[in-house]
Design a protein around this ligand. Structure first.
Ligand code: SF4
Length: 384
């Protein structure tokens, strides 16, 4: 299966990519005056999130946390609030932790060595190479799923992008095509080319300046490369309790180490096989909060998507029992102040339903989110 690219073809591909990028580069805010910190923030945001969604978040983040020092001194809630709606919140927490490590170990600068970068939480080989090439001019290929797809097609390899043997061939070809001293532009050209021309679906081969060098195109395989693994959507039913007393709402903080770490939510959990939603909610409140709860009227019902999960969530208004715990992770918050508490987007939609209910508009209508609700995301890296 292993195919190599001859040096002449590789050099030609590198030169053509640079020439095209010189004329067609996208105008993106992190490209205006690239700094190691700005490149790092943008690359972290671009993981699993499309460019159009990232742009306003990036601009707000850089206005709020313009450098490593300002991010390091922010508290967790501020960082999560600035990230709210972008999803994959661990990224924000890791950025803040990494900023603190950069203050302690690197004088408040983003390090340039690969080893030091890989020691920062949330920085993997791709982000390290992107920072090193775009911000420090190191001759390195930043190889992500988009770049892998482009080279799989150029090489005509019918393989999955993650296949280890194919990945060695991809890296070899991508490194061979890299014009020395131009790695920043070359990597960004590949990012743009993978988003605008050699797209995941419906590649624009008729407009492609690399078509004559593309093995997949020559053999008519461009729609079959890379091979795709069939994804299965897992369906989950969840329930949450909405306690309201004297205009205050009961919320709890997600524990460290798990999904949505540090964010706030309504208490609840999964509906188990054979349970009704109300029974499940009573059980969850007993187990999680040690509270005896009788779910009341349904406030909202919505469907939300997280990567491979379809989550159907029902929210019930519940009378607040006296034994509800109150501590650092369990609080009564005035309804009007909930916007200061970072929340996953499904919980934010429940807040909207609660506000509508409080204004006398009754229960929010049952709504279905569009797939990927909130920030538009992909299961892998998105550059569209
Ligand atoms: S010819 Fe088509 S498949 Fe090949 S690199 Fe160009 S856009 Fe991609």
């Amino acid at each position: 299966m292993l195919c190599a690219m001859d040096a002449r073809t590789a050099h030609l591909i590198g030169r053509r990519l640079l020439a095209w990028y010189g004329k067609s580069a996208r105008d993106l805010p992190w490209r205006h005056s690239p700094t190691p910190y700005g490149v790092w923030v943008s690359e972290v945001m671009l993981q699993q999130t499309v460019v159009a969604t990232v742009i306003p978040y990036f601009e707000r983040w850089m206005a709020r946390f313009p450098d490593v020092a300002s991010l390091a001194s922010a508290d967790e809630r501020e960082a999560l609030a600035a990230w709210e709606g972008l999803g994959y919140y661990r990224r924000a927490l890791n950025l803040r932790r990494a900023a603190r490590l950069a203050m302690e170990g690197h004088g408040g600068r983003v390090p340039s060595s690969q080893a030091a970068l890989l020691n920062l939480p949330g920085v993997g080989p791709y982000i390290a190479s992107a920072i090193r090439s775009l911000a420090f001019g190191k001759d390195e290929v930043a190889l992500d799923a988009n770049v892998a797809r482009v080279f799989l097609r150029l090489l005509g390899l019918r393989a999955e992008a993650g296949d280890a043997t194919a990945r060695r061939a991809i890296r070899g070809a991508a490194e061979q095509a890299l014009p020395p001293g131009r790695s920043g532009d070359y990597n960004q050209a590949l990012m743009d080319f993978g988003s605008l021309i050699c797209r995941p679906r419906r590649p624009r081969c008729a407009d492609c300046f690399l078509a004559e060098k593309c093995e997949a195109f020559r053999r008519g395989l461009q729609h079959d490369v890379p091979q795709r693994t069939a994804g299965t959507l897992k369906r989950i039913r969840t329930v949450v309790a909405v306690f309201v007393t004297d205009g205050r709402v009961y919320v709890q903080k997600r524990p460290p180490g798990g999904l949505f770490e540090g964010m706030w939510e309504f208490p609840g959990g999964k509906v188990q096989g054979g349970e009704t939603p109300r029974r499940a909610l009573a059980r969850e409140c007993r187990e999680e909060l040690g509270a005896s709860v009788t779910p009341g009227r349904k406030l909202a019902e919505l469907t939300h998507y997280y990567t491979v999960f379809e989550v159907r969530l029902r929210a019930f208004l519940c009378p607040a029992p006296p034994e509800l715990p109150e501590d650092e992770a369990h609080r009564w918050v005035p309804l009007g102040e909930l916007d200061r508490y970072p929340m996953p987007s499904a919980n934010r939609r429940i807040v909207a339903a609660l506000e509508a209910h409080a204004q006398g508009q009754g229960s929010a209508p049952v709504r279905r989110s569009r797939r990927g609700g909130g920030a538009r995301r992909t299961r892998r890296r998105a550059r569209a």
